[in-house]
Structures are given as C-alpha cells and as structure tokens.
Design a protein around this ligand. Structure first.
Ligand SMILES: NC(=O)c1ccc[n+]([C@@H]2O[C@H](COP(=O)([O-])OP(=O)(O)OC[C@H]3O[C@@H](n4cnc5c(N)ncnc54)[C@H](O)[C@@H]3O)[C@@H](O)[C@H]2O)c1
Length: 300
C-alpha cells in the first residue's frame, strides 16, 4: 500500500491504545478516519483531542454483525467507501481455560475473533465491489504464537485471527487488497481494564474482578510500547505488504526457538502405502502456495 492519502479508514478499537496510534498515523497520511469503538466517552475524548475534520466516531460493538453493518453504512455515507480496514478492537481475560466459563468464551471469542470476522464479512464485499483495492490489518498478538497456559481463550482467538488473515491474504491478492497480521508484544494500552466493557448479558458466570491483578497489569502496561511507535511500524509493514507486522523485535529469537522445537517433533517414519502419490500431490500444492505468497507480496 503506497497511496494512503484520500482513502477512508475504519479502525475498530480506535479510541484507545494501538487503535488510537493507528488513527493518528492515518490522519497524518491524509486519510479520512472512522474511530469505531464501544466506549462512547473515549470516542468523544479522542475526537476532542484530535480536533480534525477528517475523523469521525462511530459507536459499535464489533461482536455484532448488525452493529457492524450499521456502522459501515454510517461511515461510508459521510466519508465514502472504506478501503482501509483495521480489525483491532480486542479484550483480554487473564486466566486459564479450566478457570473459564461459557460466558467467558462467548465474550472473548465474540470480540477478538467474531469481531474481525464481522469486519471482514462486512467490508470485503464492499471493497471488491468498489474496485479500488485496499488493505486490511488484523491485530493478532505475539499471543497468537506463544501460548503458555494463560490466557487460554485469548490465545485461541489470536491463533485463529492469524489463520483467517493468512487465508484471506492469498485469496484477496487478486483484488489488489493487501492483508497483514499485526503481532504486538506489550503495548502501553488500556486492555487491562477490559472488564469495564463486558456486556451485562455475558456477566452470568463471570468471576469477580480481581482488582489486585488489574493493578499489577496496569503497572506492566506502563512500560509497553507507545501506540504511536507501533502505528509507525504498522504503516511501514503495509507499505512493504508484509504478511506479518512484528512490532516488537525482542520476540524474534523466541519464535525461532519455538519453531526449532516444533520441527523436533517430526519423525522419519518408514514410507507407508500412498506415500509417493501423496508427496507428488503435496509438491504441487506446495508450489502453488509458494506462488501465492509471492503474489500477495506485490498485491498492492
Ligand atoms: N496491550 C497489549 O499489550 C497488546 C499486546 C498484543 C496485542 N494486543 C491487541 O491489540 C489490540 C488493541 O488493544 P489495546 O491493547 O490497544 O487495548 P485498549 O483497551 O487500549 O484498546 C482497545 C479498544 O477496543 C475497544 N473495544 C473493546 N471491545 C470492543 C467491542 N466489542 N467493540 C468495539 N470496540 C471494542 C475498547 O473500548 C478500546 O478502546 C487488541 O486486539 C489486543 O488484543 C494488545
């Protein structure tokens, strides 16, 4: 993506943290930007601080298909077709799977996975119909690579966002729509306060909020990466059309170590019946996949 100026962007979770950094970076590039967030007060505060005619706010719960469609209509009526989509809104529940309830699953999956799915299903048909190409950045996390027991549901959603986004990256290249997966480490953000926006209908079997733990998490997030730093890296990744935007270089060695461990789980089993045909078939698939990866890098 080289031509940001004049495009309309839709940034979910744009009122705080990573999303707000991205909003500021896009405005600096001359984009029209919609801040799509569930926190109305934060939208208002942000709009005031930005004081810019090229930005609007739209209240949306990304977990709702209807809400997303309404928000898309509202933004496109004012700013024209959205060709830059940032599925970034996210929440976290810092707990293991065995400590989680059905409503915990519904809430975290609804925002972190159904949210990006709703963004894609709402905007991709519009982008294709508009025919001006575009770009989608889906915010996963380093927790989409490193799963260490907790937070289990969060890990589940972030691994899934990677899968969806990679698949989409190859299928949308022919429409000149790029797709990148943003994988941050710690960010100076407000995600530790996610419990504040848990919908009442998903409170049912929620654990009481652990205020001590939230205080600890707030302290950690203080030394997280500044949203403006991460946003500059996001735009850099979009310019290069990179599959993965790894904003935090400190994770590189750990990912390499992890993949070495995965490779160590392969075994040289003796060839079984069908092995030759299968490897021929996989060779064909592997070549097509490699071509698709190369094509996607020059899609926009
Ligand atoms: N903070 C970190 O250390 C970190 C690390 C890796 C990945 N991430 C990811 O970055 C993304 C942004 O999070 P952040 O850290 O900036 O958090 P944040 O809480 O500061 O900002 C997230 C924004 O999303 C909004 N939001 C939450 N639920 C929503 C919903 N249902 N509909 C619409 N908006 C909703 C919130 O109101 C908030 O303004 C998330 O996807 C998160 O998982 C964060």
């Amino acid at each position: 993506m080289q031509d940001f100026a004049g495009r309309t962007a839709f940034v979910t979770g744009g009122a705080n943290g990573v999303g707000l950094g991205v909003v500021r970076a896009l405005l600096a590039e001359g984009c029209k930007v919609a801040i799509a967030d569930i926190r109305e007060d934060a939208i208002e505060k942000t709009l005031k601080s930005l004081d810019n005619q090229m930005v609007m706010g739209v209240k949306v719960d990304v977990a709702s298909r209807d809400d997303m469609a309404r928000a898309a209509d509202e933004v496109e009526a004012k700013f024209g077709p959205v060709t830059l989509l940032f599925n970034n809104a996210g929440i976290n529940l810092f707990q293991t799977i065995e400590d989680s309830s059905w409503s915990d699953w519904d809430w975290v999956m609804g925002v972190n996975l159904q949210g990006p799915i709703n963004g894609v299903m709402t905007f991709v048909p519009r982008m294709i119909a508009h025919g001006q190409g575009g770009y989608i950045v889906n915010t996963a996390s380093m927790a989409g690579w490193l799963a260490a027991g907790s937070p289990g549901i969060y890990n589940t959603t972030k691994f899934a966002v990677r899968g969806m986004s990679e698949s989409l990256r190859y299928s949308l290249a022919k429409h000149k729509i790029g797709v990148s997966i943003l994988c941050p480490g710690l960010v100076k953000s407000y995600i530790y306060a996610s419990d504040d926006i848990r919908p009442a209908e998903l409170m049912g079997d929620a654990k009481p909020v652990d205020h001590e733990n939230i205080k600890r998490l707030a302290d950690f997030h203080e030394f997280g990466m500044e949203p403006d730093v991460i946003a500059a890296r996001v735009l850099d990744g979009m310019r290069d059309n990179r599959a993965y935007i790894f904003s935090h270089p400190e994770f590189r060695d750990e990912v390499a170590e992890l993949f070495e461990e995965y490779l160590g789980d392969f075994r040289d089993f003796p060839n079984d019946p069908g092995f030759e045909q299968r490897t021929g078939f996989e060779k064909f698939r592997r070549e097509r996949y490699k071509e698709a990866r190369a094509a996607a890098r020059s899609a926009t």
